[in-house]
Design a protein around this ligand. Structure first.
Ligand code: SF4
Ligand code: SF4
Length: 253
């Protein structure tokens, strides 16, 4: 397997993964979106709520607030909210008893309080995985096959494909049709469909993928990838152990 970093920001990483089949990248995607353990509000204790929202709606909203998740920490954390109106209750009003586990985005509005309205709530946060509840989903992960575009010599440089390409990656330069950035091709095949001469054809390399991960801030994209590969490794070890315990056909255990 060969992995090349295509781009990286604080919240997004794009990798080129080569010499693997689709099963591997899909397993990586599935683990990333559903099995990374992160903190989220599990339940709330309402002492007072005279806001316009029912307790259940508040619980739902609070459950969806992304919380920072330090590596290898698994305990119960309380985030308390106490506020009187008039005003808006934001995620920054969730005061955590552990500073390393708190809302990542401080300005998400939770509810609006009118005159004399008040909320006093304790939010109990726990570690969980998105396979059990979507509120624990901590990233998006997706991939596409690496595009392959062939331009035949019968191309008469009419320019139709250049005009219709939604990603603007085709251009006519020095009497030939060029692809400016093949990674941006979405495999939509519009160029192919619009070419009267069938001079352009689009396909893909089924052992080469552009893999993107976008985090929600709970942890860095690097940590997400490290944890997900660790989970895949554990699953493989478990599988190997189970296979070792399976009897050969005709063999008694
Ligand atoms: S539409 Fe076809 S013929 Fe026209 S420039 Fe594109 S590939 Fe060439
Ligand atoms: S397949 Fe779509 S995105 Fe790719 S080059 Fe053709 S028109 Fe552009």
């Amino acid at each position: 397997m060969k992995v090349t970093l295509l781009s990286k920001t604080e919240s997004r990483i794009k990798l080129l993964i080569e010499d693997v089949d689709v099963g591997f990248v899909n397993a990586l995607r599935r683990v990333l979106v559903s099995e990374i353990p992160v903190y989220a509000v599990d339940h709330i204790i309402v002492y007072e709520n005279t806001s316009q929202l029912y307790d259940e709606i508040l619980a739902h909203r609070l459950g969806l607030v992304p919380l920072s998740t330090p590596a290898n920490v698994d305990k119960e954390v309380t985030l308390s909210i106490e506020k009187e109106g008039p005003g808006v209750v934001y995620t920054k009003d969730m005061i955590s008893d552990d500073d390393s586990i708190k809302p990542i985005i401080p300005d998400i509005p939770i509810t609006k309080l009118g005159n004399d309205q008040k909320i006093k709530i304790n939010c109990i946060a726990k570690v969980g995985i998105a396979k059990d509840h979507a509120k624990y989903q901590c990233c998006l992960a997706f991939y596409k096959y690496f595009p392959v575009i062939n331009i035949d010599k019968k191309c008469d440089l009419c320019g139709v494909c250049v005009e219709v390409c939604p990603k603007n990656i085709l251009k006519i330069e020095k009497d030939s049709l060029k692809i400016t950035d093949i990674k941006e091709c979405t495999l939509c095949r519009t160029c192919e469909e619009q070419c009267d001469l069938q001079a352009i054809s689009v396909s893909y390399d089924n052992r080469k993928f552009i893999f993107t991960v976008e985090n929600y801030g709970n942890m860095s994209v690097r940590d997400l990838i490290e944890i997900s590969t660790g989970i895949i490794e554990e699953k493989c070890d478990e599988f190997i152990d189970k296979i070792a315990g399976v009897a050969e056909p005709g063999q008694r255990r």
